[in-house]
Design a protein around this ligand. Structure first.
Ligand code: DON
Length: 583
């Protein structure tokens, strides 16, 4: 099957190749369609973008078409989504980007995750008897639920360091969309109509609803003048406007008025961190992903390493045998996640051990082909330190080979629901990704350890991770997804579907997904898996559940360069998304 997916990668010496034609020199004028495929990705000759908002993808493709590189375009898209996709696009949250800089032939993991405010402490969400209700508003939906945002610093960082445009130029489309308004789409109208959280905060009510409190209708014009002001401040005065200047003052005044913890000092000391990507291989391909404090990269690689020990394509995609082994690999990796992951600036994490092929072999040997191992019989491994409704993802690639894969978030849909008065900034509730106590699961039911406990300036463990797959040193596939704990399993299944089962990125995205995160001990299935297969999985002892959180699992936004052509595919699991090619 893998033969179908032969990539004609020409060995290129990146140091001497003319950068401007890195991908262009291999371009094919022959669009290739395979009639055996069910889902057909979008094509483009000079670049590709895939995001959760069609208008923003189109604007980004225009930037590429006019000569901006993928880094300029990726930053512009991050700001634009803060306007067009308020449930997840943001300047009040944070995330992780993988940036491939063609002229350096280097992939960099940009950590712009939020940090806990200096006044945060381990007991901040417990009542006097040591309890916290899972949906306690002070924990989930208040000024106190926000960590210090990193998005503005992260997006500015990549454009100022690796882009060709100015920060003001990449902010221009977002400012225009906020100031002049956007036409309300079906998905935006539906998102806003059902968000009770936004209606509970006066500044959010004013921003997202009409003056009489009623909902915006599909087709109406929705303007965000306060957000336009904030974005303009950043364009005029740089990131300092947000972290030290006029915007910071408004954020802190609102925090002080509502028991929030974020101070001027917290904002001024926020830092973007460039990290080495965590790296692995699968069937001869190279994988680069986000290291701690995200768990996303480490455990995708751990699962792929385990799965490399099984003849999955012989078993057949979607077969009970292949799904069984995949689910067992997930349990083992999520168990390790619970014990080891934390902020590497605070705790030591045995990343090299977690992604080693030998360790994966020892885990693979524990998998029985006949029987699902109950979660209670699985414990995180004993590893030594070797060495020394919402998130969004988008992927952008240009003809020089620059790449931005960005997964950023407010955490839940519309984050904390809190808009900072006078700024239009919707704040995150990512404090919910800390482990309150090792026996209390986080907002996504994930178990954690002391490694992820709240402490000042620490970054909570995340699952978010863009993934770049390369062959012979050349990146060709970029993907990523929202989905909380399911980000890790969804990303892994995309890589598996393409590299192991030979699917195109459309079929790979659409194929029904499974998820097991160790605890709770249940195998979640999307619809589309045959009842016969489900019976076989039950016979092996899997406790099957359908994804009852009413969400399909993740929504992958993927771009790819293959056989001289750019391809893009927006997973249909979220409405309103679009891949746009550049010609
Ligand atoms: O960092 C994390 O893992 C979470 N804050 C991501 C949240 C998320 O993906 C919700 N979206 N569906």
């Amino acid at each position: 099957m893998l033969k179908k997916f032969t990539i004609l990668l020409v060995a290129i010496n990146f140091a001497t190749a003319p950068i401007t034609s890195l991908y262009a020199q291999e371009q094919s004028s022959e669009p290739i369609f395979e009639y055996s495929e069910i889902n057909h990705p979008v094509m483009g000759k000079k670049g590709m973008v895939a995001s959760h908002n069609a208008l923003s993808s189109e604007i980004t493709a225009e930037i590429l078409a006019k000569g901006g590189n993928a880094i300029d375009a990726g930053a512009a898209l991050g700001f634009a989504l803060a306007v067009t996709l308020p449930r997840a696009g943001n300047i009040g949250g944070g995330g992780f980007m993988l940036v491939h800089v063609a002229k350096l032939n280097k992939t960099i993991a940009v950590d712009f995750r939020e940090t806990a405010p200096a006044a945060a402490h381990q007991d901040m969400y417990f009542d006097e008897s040591g309890n916290v209700a899972p949906m306690d508003p002070s924990y989930r939906f208040s000024h106190k639920s926000s960590a210090v945002p990193g998005s503005v610093a992260g997006l500015a960082h990549i454009v100022e360091k690796y882009g060709t445009m100015t920060l003001a130029e990449v902010l221009e489309p977002a400012i225009r969309l906020a100031r002049d308004g956007i036409i309300v789409t079906y998905d935006l109208a539906a998102d806003l109509a059902r968000s009770e959280r936004l209606k509970n905060n006066p500044a959010s009510l004013k921003k997202f609803y009409k003056p009489d409190g009623s909902n915006y209708e599909v087709g109406e014009l929705f303007k965000q003048p306060d957000l336009a002001w904030t974005l303009q401040q950043i364009a005029d005065h740089g990131v300092d406007a947000f972290y030290k200047g006029s915007v910071a003052e408004k954020i802190v005044a609102d925090m002080e008025a509502h028991n929030g913890l974020i101070t001027m000092e917290d904002l001024a000391s926020y830092k973007v961190i460039e990290r080495e990507p965590v790296r692995g291989t699968f069937r001869g391909y190279d994988i680069a992903a986000i290291p701690a404090p995200s768990s996303g990269g480490t455990h995708v690689i751990e699962m792929l390493n385990i799965l490399e020990n099984f003849p999955l394509s012989e078993m057949g995609p979607g077969s009970a045998a292949a799904l069984h082994v995949t689910a067992e690999a997930m349990k083992l990796a999520y168990a390790d996640r619970s014990k080891y992951l934390g902020d590497p600036d605070f705790v030591e994490i045995p990343t090299d051990a977690l992604v080693s092929k030998d360790y994966a072999k020892s885990l693979a040997a524990k998998i029985s082909m006949d029987k699902a191992t109950p979660s209670e019989d699985i414990a995180p491994g004993n590893l030594a330190i070797y060495e020394s409704d919402e998130t969004t993802h988008y992927s952008v690639i240009d003809s020089e080979g620059n790449i931005v894969g960005n997964t950023y978030t407010l955490m839940f849909s519309f984050g904390s629901g809190v808009v900072i008065e006078g700024t239009g900034i919707l704040m995150n509730n990512n404090m919910g990704n800390f482990t309150l106590r090792p026996d209390i699961p986080d907002a996504f039911g994930l178990m954690g350890s002391e490694n992820n406990i709240i402490s000042p300036n620490r970054r909570p463990v995340s699952s978010m991770s863009p993934i770049i797959v390369s062959k012979d040193g050349k990146p060709f596939l970029v993907t990523g997804t929202p989905g909380g704990s399911k980000i890790i399993s969804a990303n892994m299944q995309m890589v598996l579907n393409v590299l192991e089962y030979g699917m195109n990125i459309g079929d790979a995205a659409v194929a029904p997904r499974i998820h097991h995160q160790w605890y709770p001990d249940e195998l979640l299935l999307e619809s589309g898996i045959s009842p016969d297969t489900i019976t076989l999985l039950r016979q092996k002892g899997h406790k099957i559940n359908f994804n009852k959180s009413s969400e399909a699992m993740g929504s992958l936004q993927t771009v790819m360069f293959k056989d001289g052509m750019f391809y893009g595919y927006s997973d249909p699991r979220r409405p309103g998304a679009k891949a746009v090619g550049v010609d």
